[in-house]
Design a binder for this molecule. Structure first.
Ligand SMILES: C[S@@+](CC[C@H](N)C(=O)[O-])C[C@H]1O[C@@H](n2cnc3c(N)ncnc32)[C@H](O)[C@@H]1O
Length: 276
């Protein structure tokens, strides 16, 4: 087996892992009390299962292990990873867990066409789905499907830094077409151009001006509700690096008010602790 090189993760990713674990515990506690419901975990960008913490240089468990360690257990766990050595590493970690399936492949295919379609309302299935790409590698179709099903609680990485570095430049006319296309793919259509460059009054009439990160995230939250069909979208948590730049926003979207209250409570705690 090819050993993967473990990814080094920053403090913001350690915070994300704590949030995932805390929410997964509450979610599973509530769902397990309803024996007619079958709840599963879907991790669309699962990683190798282990990382190295930049802070301590120690190995640290990734999102799959954080969720699988939660009691009560989910009925099934589906882990998707495109990188073969990482997927094999995951397979090794969960060799003795029949309830865990590792899927080699692209989240934009496997989650969209195989895993989400199984989680129908009528079949009494429900899922907590984590979509945690490093950058603009996710297709809106996956997010949209998750919203339309009405069975999914979604934790989503909104990769602000990749957007700012490659697509949301102060001068939008210099952005390369392939980078604008990556942005459109994640956003779902070209309406990000209006959201990210609202008109500002100048002496020469209205001119587009780049919006700040919060305004872009707010416009995306509105899409999660109005276009994807999630009933509740929590105020997203900005995950910042040591220079206080926002690496990504962590979004949570769901159909359920209790879920919304629980995650808002968790986000509030980390917002206060991390000065976010
Ligand atoms: C941010 S890491 C995931 C970290 C993991 N969620 C955790 O917290 O432990 C993103 C992972 O997605 C994988 N990846 C990138 N593009 C992908 C795709 N299209 N489908 C599935 N996995 C992909 C990368 O190889 C990488 O391991």
């Amino acid at each position: 087996m090819n050993q993967p090189t473990l990814d080094e993760i920053g403090v913001w990713s350690e915070i994300k892992l704590s949030i995932i674990r805390e929410y997964a515990k509450s979610y599973s506690q509530i769902l397990a009390k309803q024996p007619n419901l079958h709840h599963r975990y879907i991790d669309g960008f699962a990683g190798a299962g282990m990382h190295v913490a930049k802070r301590t240089q120690q190995q640290i468990a990734g999102s799959p292990l954080n969720v699988i360690s939660v009691e009560p257990k989910f009925r099934e766990y589906h882990l998707v990873e495109v990188d073969r050595p990482k997927a094999d590493h995951l397979r090794g970690l969960f060799r003795d867990h029949r309830e865990v399936s590792v899927h080699d492949g692209d989240c934009n295919d496997v989650v969209l066409n195989k895993l989400l379609p199984e989680v129908t309302y009528k079949s009494y299935r429900r899922a907590l789905c984590l979509l945690d790409p490093y950058g603009l590698h996710l297709d809106w179709a996956v997010i949209h499907k998750a919203g339309q099903l009405k069975t999914i609680d979604l934790l989503l990485n909104f990769p602000m830094m990749d957007m700012n570095m490659n697509a949301l430049w102060n001068d939008p006319t210099s952005v390369k077409p392939d980078q604008a296309a990556r942005m459109t793919r994640y956003w779902g259509d070209a309406s990000w151009k209006t959201a990210a460059y609202p008109d500002e009054e100048t002496l020469f009439g209205p001119r587009p001006k780049k919006a700040d990160n919060e305004a872009v995230a707010e416009a995306f939250a509105k899409r999660l509700k109005d276009v994807a069909g999630f009933k509740f979208v929590a105020d997203p948590l900005p995950m910042r690096n040591s220079t206080k730049a926002t690496v990504y926003f962590l979004f949570f979207a769901s159909q359920n008010q209790t879920a919304h209250k629980i995650i808002s409570h968790i986000f509030k705690k980390y917002r206060a602790e991390g000065g976010f």
